[in-house]
Design a protein around this ligand. Structure first.
Ligand code: ZN
Length: 331
């Protein structure tokens, strides 16, 4: 058993309580490699923001679980070295799908896990989530559950249609499972193509405008569960300037579209305490790499293309923290 406390990490409890009180949201950035991790830590330190480092099970396999533990420990030390004496960093499993996977993560240094039983029946979701909570809480690890299904594709997580969360179920779910936070479905979506063109309208420039989020569902959940931390998945905004750079330099991302940032800003002020961002970072990295290769085709030093990618990702993280989630200066 390796405790996250020995790695210098924290769970989400205090973080979410403060975010709820302060009307902001904690950034939960997915990462797959060292450059993204460096950029996240640099951005969090520079803005004095708490941060959730999050991995899908595919990312955990890609990095290797042992290496992941040590680079996360290294990330905490790196934050201190950059001038943050008490960094607030969580290592979170995104979309855990079995008790065994969650247990394994808890046993190897994660401070928070998500058990996503949203594809099961309601009763099976309750039973699975409860089992993970009972195990996790013995070790002071926090658990995120999910009610409702998000549309879209994110690694191995995919669904064809939204199933919006039913506000009348949330109290029963949270009471029965004991989970610490709840991911809900209000119309956000996984991936860089969050909506089909036929679900959108087009503005004067021909750019797709997505359908609005279901704030009525969010408000319904808030009313049922006052003060309880809500999580938004699939909350990348898919910056059109990154899409343009990617497509200008040989990419082929057609009709990529995300959640407008003003909607995320509105959500961050509510009971939403954690906002997940993955695709935006992938796009920022890819745009910078494509541009470097197009402009300098003879370049073959990984630092020369991963360096600009890291810089672009960091810019994006700082922007999200300062201008969207409002989690800067909270340490
Ligand atoms: Zn998700």
């Amino acid at each position: 058993m390796i405790s996250y406390k020995d790695l210098g990490l924290v769970n989400t409890k205090k973080m979410f309580a403060e975010a709820m009180k302060g009307g902001y949201a904690i950034p939960a950035f997915n990462f797959n490699n060292m450059e993204q991790l460096q950029a996240i830590i640099q951005a969090a330190v520079e803005t004095k923001s708490p941060v959730i480092l999050q991995v899908l099970s595919g990312a955990r396999e890609y990095v290797n679980q042992t290496l992941l533990r040590y680079i996360t420990k290294g990330a905490v030390e790196y934050a201190k070295e950059l001038g943050c004496p008490n960094p607030q960093i969580v290592l979170h499993l995104d979309h855990g799908d079995t008790f065994e996977l969650c247990k394994h993560c808890i046993d190897t240094g994660f401070s928070s896990v998500m058990i996503d039983g949203s594809h099961h029946s309601y009763d099976e979701n309750v039973a699975l989530t409860k089992k993970v909570v009972e195990y996790a809480h013995q070790f002071d690890v926090t658990v995120e559950g999910e009610l409702g299904v998000l549309a879209g594709v994110e690694d191995e997580v995919s669904a064809e249609h939204h199933t919006y969360t039913k506000p009348e179920e949330v109290v029963d779910f949270v009471t029965k499972t004991g989970c610490d936070s709840l991911a809900i479905s209000i119309g956000t979506s996984h991936g860089a193509n969050k909506f089909k063109p036929e679900q959108c309208t087009r503005n004067a420039e021909g750019i797709l405008v997505p359908p609005p989020l279901r704030f009525d569902v969010l408000e319904g959940c808030e009313k049922e569960l006052p003060g309880f931390p809500i999580v938004l998945h699939g909350a990348s905004s898919v910056p059109q300037e990154e899409i343009e750079t990617i497509n200008t330099y040989g990419g082929a991302l057609k009709d990529a579209i995300g959640i407008p940032e003003d909607m995320l800003r509105k959500a961050a002020k509510s009971a939403v305490c954690k906002i997940n961002i993955d695709s935006d970072s992938r796009l920022a990295m890819t745009a910078a790499i494509r541009k470097t290769f197009a402009i300098s085709p003879a370049e073959f030093d990984p630092r020369k293309y991963l360096g600009p990618a890291r810089e672009n990702a960091k810019k994006l993280y700082v922007h999200k923290i300062v201008n969207v989630l409002d989690s800067a200066d909270k340490l």
